[in-house]
Design a protein around this ligand. Structure first.
Ligand code: NAD
Length: 288
Protein backbone atom coordinates (compact mmCIF):
# COMPACT_ATOMS: atom_id res chain seq x y z
CA UNK A 1 0.00 0.00 0.00
CA UNK A 2 2.95 2.34 0.68
CA UNK A 3 3.54 2.44 -3.08
CA UNK A 4 0.13 3.87 -3.80
CA UNK A 5 0.06 6.63 -1.14
CA UNK A 6 0.89 10.03 -2.63
CA UNK A 7 0.52 13.69 -1.72
CA UNK A 8 -3.02 13.50 -3.10
CA UNK A 9 -4.21 10.51 -1.10
CA UNK A 10 -7.37 11.26 0.91
CA UNK A 11 -7.72 9.97 4.45
CA UNK A 12 -10.73 8.16 5.90
CA UNK A 13 -10.75 7.20 9.57
CA UNK A 14 -12.40 4.84 11.99
CA UNK A 15 -12.89 6.36 15.44
CA UNK A 16 -13.68 3.96 18.26
CA UNK A 17 -12.24 2.32 21.35
CA UNK A 18 -11.25 -0.51 21.45
CA UNK A 19 -10.74 -0.80 17.71
CA UNK A 20 -7.51 -2.65 16.86
CA UNK A 21 -9.45 -5.88 16.17
CA UNK A 22 -11.60 -4.30 13.40
CA UNK A 23 -11.70 -5.79 9.91
CA UNK A 24 -12.91 -2.47 8.40
CA UNK A 25 -9.40 -1.13 7.54
CA UNK A 26 -8.64 -4.31 5.58
CA UNK A 27 -12.02 -4.24 3.85
CA UNK A 28 -11.82 -0.61 2.72
CA UNK A 29 -8.11 -0.53 1.80
CA UNK A 30 -8.47 -3.73 -0.28
CA UNK A 31 -11.45 -2.16 -2.08
CA UNK A 32 -9.56 1.13 -2.73
CA UNK A 33 -6.59 -0.83 -4.11
CA UNK A 34 -8.80 -3.02 -6.30
CA UNK A 35 -10.52 0.02 -7.86
CA UNK A 36 -7.35 2.17 -7.95
CA UNK A 37 -8.97 4.83 -5.75
CA UNK A 38 -6.63 7.27 -4.03
CA UNK A 39 -7.85 6.88 -0.45
CA UNK A 40 -6.37 5.34 2.70
CA UNK A 41 -8.42 4.09 5.69
CA UNK A 42 -6.90 4.03 9.19
CA UNK A 43 -8.23 3.06 12.62
CA UNK A 44 -7.83 5.59 15.45
CA UNK A 45 -8.33 4.86 19.14
CA UNK A 46 -10.85 7.58 20.02
CA UNK A 47 -13.16 7.47 23.04
CA UNK A 48 -15.71 9.98 24.32
CA UNK A 49 -12.98 12.05 26.03
CA UNK A 50 -11.14 12.67 22.75
CA UNK A 51 -14.03 12.55 20.25
CA UNK A 52 -14.63 16.29 19.99
CA UNK A 53 -10.94 16.95 19.31
CA UNK A 54 -10.85 14.08 16.81
CA UNK A 55 -13.76 15.58 14.84
CA UNK A 56 -12.08 19.00 14.92
CA UNK A 57 -9.00 17.22 13.56
CA UNK A 58 -11.06 15.59 10.81
CA UNK A 59 -12.26 19.05 9.76
CA UNK A 60 -8.82 20.68 10.05
CA UNK A 61 -7.10 17.91 8.09
CA UNK A 62 -9.89 17.95 5.47
CA UNK A 63 -10.27 14.19 5.85
CA UNK A 64 -12.88 12.72 3.47
CA UNK A 65 -14.75 11.17 6.36
CA UNK A 66 -14.77 8.50 9.02
CA UNK A 67 -16.54 5.52 10.43
CA UNK A 68 -17.54 5.78 14.07
CA UNK A 69 -18.12 2.88 16.41
CA UNK A 70 -18.56 2.31 20.13
CA UNK A 71 -18.51 4.27 22.39
CA UNK A 72 -19.02 7.20 20.01
CA UNK A 73 -22.01 6.26 17.84
CA UNK A 74 -24.69 7.92 19.94
CA UNK A 75 -22.76 11.08 20.87
CA UNK A 76 -20.89 12.13 17.72
CA UNK A 77 -23.98 13.87 16.25
CA UNK A 78 -23.24 16.82 18.60
CA UNK A 79 -20.17 17.71 16.53
CA UNK A 80 -21.71 17.30 13.04
CA UNK A 81 -23.60 19.72 10.76
CA UNK A 82 -26.30 17.41 9.32
CA UNK A 83 -27.77 13.96 9.88
CA UNK A 84 -29.38 11.57 7.38
CA UNK A 85 -33.06 10.77 8.12
CA UNK A 86 -32.10 7.30 9.40
CA UNK A 87 -29.31 8.66 11.63
CA UNK A 88 -31.72 11.26 12.99
CA UNK A 89 -34.35 8.63 13.82
CA UNK A 90 -31.84 6.11 15.23
CA UNK A 91 -30.02 8.71 17.30
CA UNK A 92 -26.78 7.11 16.10
CA UNK A 93 -24.11 7.65 13.46
CA UNK A 94 -21.58 5.17 12.08
CA UNK A 95 -20.38 7.10 9.02
CA UNK A 96 -19.33 10.74 8.60
CA UNK A 97 -18.94 12.33 5.18
CA UNK A 98 -17.02 15.59 4.78
CA UNK A 99 -18.24 17.62 1.81
CA UNK A 100 -16.27 20.86 1.58
CA UNK A 101 -16.18 21.24 5.36
CA UNK A 102 -19.82 20.25 5.95
CA UNK A 103 -20.00 17.07 8.03
CA UNK A 104 -23.02 14.78 7.58
CA UNK A 105 -23.68 11.78 9.81
CA UNK A 106 -25.21 8.60 8.39
CA UNK A 107 -26.06 5.20 9.84
CA UNK A 108 -25.38 2.38 7.39
CA UNK A 109 -26.05 -0.69 9.60
CA UNK A 110 -29.71 -0.87 8.61
CA UNK A 111 -28.87 -0.21 4.95
CA UNK A 112 -26.37 -3.08 5.24
CA UNK A 113 -29.08 -5.41 6.53
CA UNK A 114 -31.52 -4.46 3.75
CA UNK A 115 -28.86 -4.76 1.02
CA UNK A 116 -27.74 -8.14 2.36
CA UNK A 117 -31.34 -9.36 2.00
CA UNK A 118 -31.45 -8.02 -1.56
CA UNK A 119 -28.13 -9.74 -2.30
CA UNK A 120 -29.80 -13.00 -1.16
CA UNK A 121 -32.82 -12.25 -3.38
CA UNK A 122 -35.05 -11.75 -0.33
CA UNK A 123 -37.74 -9.09 -0.72
CA UNK A 124 -39.52 -7.87 2.43
CA UNK A 125 -40.86 -4.55 1.13
CA UNK A 126 -44.61 -4.26 1.79
CA UNK A 127 -44.45 -7.34 4.05
CA UNK A 128 -44.34 -8.09 7.77
CA UNK A 129 -41.23 -8.84 9.82
CA UNK A 130 -40.71 -10.07 13.37
CA UNK A 131 -37.43 -9.08 14.99
CA UNK A 132 -35.91 -9.55 18.43
CA UNK A 133 -33.67 -6.75 19.71
CA UNK A 134 -33.62 -3.16 20.88
CA UNK A 135 -29.92 -2.33 20.95
CA UNK A 136 -27.87 -0.34 18.44
CA UNK A 137 -27.93 -2.88 15.60
CA UNK A 138 -31.61 -3.77 16.06
CA UNK A 139 -32.68 -0.11 16.14
CA UNK A 140 -30.82 0.64 12.90
CA UNK A 141 -32.45 -2.35 11.17
CA UNK A 142 -35.94 -1.55 12.43
CA UNK A 143 -35.73 2.13 11.40
CA UNK A 144 -34.25 1.37 7.96
CA UNK A 145 -36.77 -1.40 7.27
CA UNK A 146 -39.59 1.02 8.12
CA UNK A 147 -38.09 3.82 5.97
CA UNK A 148 -37.61 1.39 3.06
CA UNK A 149 -41.27 0.31 3.05
CA UNK A 150 -41.63 -2.79 5.24
CA UNK A 151 -45.36 -2.79 6.09
CA UNK A 152 -45.38 -4.06 9.64
CA UNK A 153 -42.71 -4.80 12.27
CA UNK A 154 -43.28 -6.77 15.46
CA UNK A 155 -40.42 -6.07 17.84
CA UNK A 156 -39.70 -8.32 20.82
CA UNK A 157 -37.23 -7.66 23.63
CA UNK A 158 -36.56 -8.57 27.23
CA UNK A 159 -37.68 -6.02 29.80
CA UNK A 160 -34.06 -5.03 30.41
CA UNK A 161 -32.26 -1.69 30.07
CA UNK A 162 -33.03 -1.66 26.31
CA UNK A 163 -36.83 -1.79 26.79
CA UNK A 164 -37.27 2.02 26.92
CA UNK A 165 -35.26 2.36 23.72
CA UNK A 166 -37.54 -0.20 22.05
CA UNK A 167 -40.57 1.88 23.06
CA UNK A 168 -38.94 4.97 21.56
CA UNK A 169 -38.14 3.15 18.32
CA UNK A 170 -41.75 1.99 17.98
CA UNK A 171 -42.98 5.53 18.61
CA UNK A 172 -40.59 7.02 16.05
CA UNK A 173 -41.50 4.45 13.39
CA UNK A 174 -45.24 4.93 13.90
CA UNK A 175 -44.97 8.74 13.89
CA UNK A 176 -42.51 9.13 11.02
CA UNK A 177 -43.10 6.29 8.55
CA UNK A 178 -45.98 4.36 6.94
CA UNK A 179 -44.89 1.21 8.76
CA UNK A 180 -46.85 -0.10 11.77
CA UNK A 181 -44.55 -1.13 14.61
CA UNK A 182 -45.58 -2.95 17.82
CA UNK A 183 -43.49 -3.90 20.84
CA UNK A 184 -43.90 -7.17 22.78
CA UNK A 185 -42.19 -8.73 25.77
CA UNK A 186 -39.89 -11.57 24.68
CA UNK A 187 -41.22 -13.60 27.62
CA UNK A 188 -44.61 -13.80 25.87
CA UNK A 189 -43.78 -16.84 23.78
CA UNK A 190 -47.33 -17.42 22.54
CA UNK A 191 -47.36 -13.88 21.11
CA UNK A 192 -43.96 -14.54 19.56
CA UNK A 193 -45.33 -17.71 17.93
CA UNK A 194 -48.31 -15.75 16.56
CA UNK A 195 -46.24 -12.85 15.18
CA UNK A 196 -43.71 -15.19 13.54
CA UNK A 197 -46.58 -17.16 11.96
CA UNK A 198 -47.83 -13.88 10.37
CA UNK A 199 -44.39 -12.76 9.13
CA UNK A 200 -42.29 -13.57 6.07
CA UNK A 201 -39.05 -13.05 8.00
CA UNK A 202 -37.79 -13.59 11.55
CA UNK A 203 -34.59 -11.85 12.65
CA UNK A 204 -32.41 -12.14 15.73
CA UNK A 205 -30.70 -8.79 16.35
CA UNK A 206 -29.46 -9.51 19.89
CA UNK A 207 -26.18 -10.95 21.10
CA UNK A 208 -27.88 -14.28 21.92
CA UNK A 209 -25.99 -16.90 19.90
CA UNK A 210 -22.54 -15.35 20.20
CA UNK A 211 -20.11 -15.47 23.13
CA UNK A 212 -20.86 -15.52 26.04
CA UNK A 213 -24.31 -16.73 24.86
CA UNK A 214 -22.97 -19.00 22.11
CA UNK A 215 -25.07 -22.14 21.54
CA UNK A 216 -28.16 -20.44 23.04
CA UNK A 217 -31.45 -19.23 21.59
CA UNK A 218 -34.65 -17.94 23.21
CA UNK A 219 -36.81 -19.99 20.78
CA UNK A 220 -37.91 -23.05 22.79
CA UNK A 221 -38.22 -25.37 19.79
CA UNK A 222 -38.57 -25.64 16.01
CA UNK A 223 -42.39 -25.52 16.14
CA UNK A 224 -42.10 -21.69 15.98
CA UNK A 225 -40.64 -21.97 12.46
CA UNK A 226 -41.94 -23.19 9.09
CA UNK A 227 -40.14 -24.01 5.83
CA UNK A 228 -41.22 -20.87 3.93
CA UNK A 229 -40.06 -18.51 6.74
CA UNK A 230 -36.80 -16.61 6.20
CA UNK A 231 -34.62 -16.68 9.32
CA UNK A 232 -31.81 -14.16 9.79
CA UNK A 233 -29.29 -13.92 12.61
CA UNK A 234 -27.15 -10.79 12.51
CA UNK A 235 -24.50 -12.54 14.62
CA UNK A 236 -21.60 -13.53 12.34
CA UNK A 237 -19.29 -15.27 14.77
CA UNK A 238 -20.11 -18.13 14.86
CA UNK A 239 -21.37 -18.12 11.29
CA UNK A 240 -24.09 -20.60 12.19
CA UNK A 241 -25.79 -19.83 15.51
CA UNK A 242 -28.10 -22.19 17.39
CA UNK A 243 -31.07 -20.29 15.86
CA UNK A 244 -29.78 -20.77 12.30
CA UNK A 245 -29.16 -24.48 13.00
CA UNK A 246 -32.79 -24.87 14.10
CA UNK A 247 -33.99 -22.95 11.03
CA UNK A 248 -31.95 -25.16 8.70
CA UNK A 249 -33.43 -28.28 10.32
CA UNK A 250 -36.88 -26.98 9.43
CA UNK A 251 -35.81 -26.11 5.88
CA UNK A 252 -35.98 -22.30 6.19
CA UNK A 253 -33.91 -20.01 3.99
CA UNK A 254 -31.28 -18.51 6.34
CA UNK A 255 -28.81 -15.63 6.39
CA UNK A 256 -26.10 -14.82 8.96
CA UNK A 257 -24.65 -11.39 9.84
CA UNK A 258 -21.68 -11.41 7.46
CA UNK A 259 -23.65 -9.87 4.60
CA UNK A 260 -24.92 -7.05 6.84
CA UNK A 261 -21.34 -6.37 7.94
CA UNK A 262 -20.08 -6.26 4.34
CA UNK A 263 -22.94 -4.12 3.03
CA UNK A 264 -22.84 -1.57 5.89
CA UNK A 265 -19.22 -1.07 4.81
CA UNK A 266 -20.11 -0.89 1.13
CA UNK A 267 -22.78 1.74 1.83
CA UNK A 268 -20.20 3.88 3.67
CA UNK A 269 -17.65 3.29 0.87
CA UNK A 270 -20.17 4.59 -1.66
CA UNK A 271 -20.92 7.68 0.43
CA UNK A 272 -17.21 8.60 0.51
CA UNK A 273 -16.10 7.62 -2.99
CA UNK A 274 -19.30 7.79 -5.05
CA UNK A 275 -18.45 4.31 -6.37
CA UNK A 276 -19.86 0.89 -5.50
CA UNK A 277 -17.59 -1.43 -3.57
CA UNK A 278 -16.42 -4.45 -5.62
CA UNK A 279 -18.69 -6.86 -3.74
CA UNK A 280 -17.71 -10.17 -5.37
CA UNK A 281 -14.03 -9.40 -4.74
CA UNK A 282 -14.70 -8.38 -1.13
CA UNK A 283 -16.60 -11.62 -0.50
CA UNK A 284 -13.49 -13.50 -1.66
CA UNK A 285 -11.14 -11.44 0.51
CA UNK A 286 -13.37 -11.73 3.59
CA UNK A 287 -14.18 -15.39 2.87
CA UNK A 288 -17.95 -14.77 3.00
P1 NAD B 1 -26.47 -3.92 22.16
O1 NAD B 1 -25.67 -4.19 23.39
O2 NAD B 1 -26.72 -2.51 21.74
O3 NAD B 1 -27.90 -4.66 22.29
C1 NAD B 1 -28.02 -5.91 22.90
C2 NAD B 1 -29.41 -6.51 22.63
O4 NAD B 1 -29.37 -7.88 23.05
C3 NAD B 1 -30.54 -5.86 23.41
O5 NAD B 1 -31.72 -5.90 22.63
C4 NAD B 1 -30.68 -6.79 24.64
O6 NAD B 1 -31.96 -6.72 25.23
C5 NAD B 1 -30.44 -8.11 23.98
N1 NAD B 1 -29.99 -9.18 24.89
C6 NAD B 1 -28.82 -9.24 25.56
N2 NAD B 1 -28.76 -10.39 26.28
C7 NAD B 1 -29.92 -11.06 26.03
C8 NAD B 1 -30.46 -12.30 26.47
N3 NAD B 1 -29.78 -13.09 27.29
N4 NAD B 1 -31.69 -12.67 26.00
C9 NAD B 1 -32.38 -11.88 25.16
N5 NAD B 1 -31.92 -10.69 24.72
C10 NAD B 1 -30.71 -10.29 25.14
O7 NAD B 1 -25.74 -4.73 21.01
P2 NAD B 1 -25.74 -4.44 19.43
O8 NAD B 1 -24.60 -3.57 19.09
O9 NAD B 1 -27.10 -4.04 19.00
O10 NAD B 1 -25.38 -5.89 18.87
C11 NAD B 1 -26.27 -6.98 18.98
C12 NAD B 1 -25.73 -8.16 18.18
O11 NAD B 1 -25.65 -7.81 16.81
C13 NAD B 1 -24.32 -8.61 18.58
O12 NAD B 1 -24.28 -10.00 18.54
C14 NAD B 1 -23.43 -8.05 17.49
O13 NAD B 1 -22.30 -8.84 17.24
C15 NAD B 1 -24.36 -8.11 16.30
N6 NAD B 1 -24.06 -7.07 15.29
C16 NAD B 1 -23.92 -7.47 14.00
C17 NAD B 1 -23.67 -6.54 13.01
C18 NAD B 1 -23.48 -6.97 11.60
O14 NAD B 1 -23.05 -6.16 10.77
N7 NAD B 1 -23.81 -8.21 11.26
C19 NAD B 1 -23.56 -5.17 13.35
C20 NAD B 1 -23.72 -4.79 14.69
C21 NAD B 1 -23.98 -5.76 15.64
Amino acid sequence: MAERITGHTELIGLMAYPIRHSSSPTMHNEAFAKLGLDYAYLAFEVDQDTLEDAIKGLRALKMKGSNVSMPNKTVVHKYLDHLSPAAQLCGAVNTIVNEDGILTGHITDGIGFMRALEDNKIDIIGKKMTIVGAGGAATAIEIQAALDGVKEISIFNRKDSFWENAKETVRKINENTDCKATLYDLEDLEQLRKEIADSVIFTNATGVGMKPLEGQTYLPDTSFLRPDLIVVDIVYFPRETALLKMAKEVGCKTMNGLGMMLFQGSAAFELWTGQPMPIAYMKEILNI
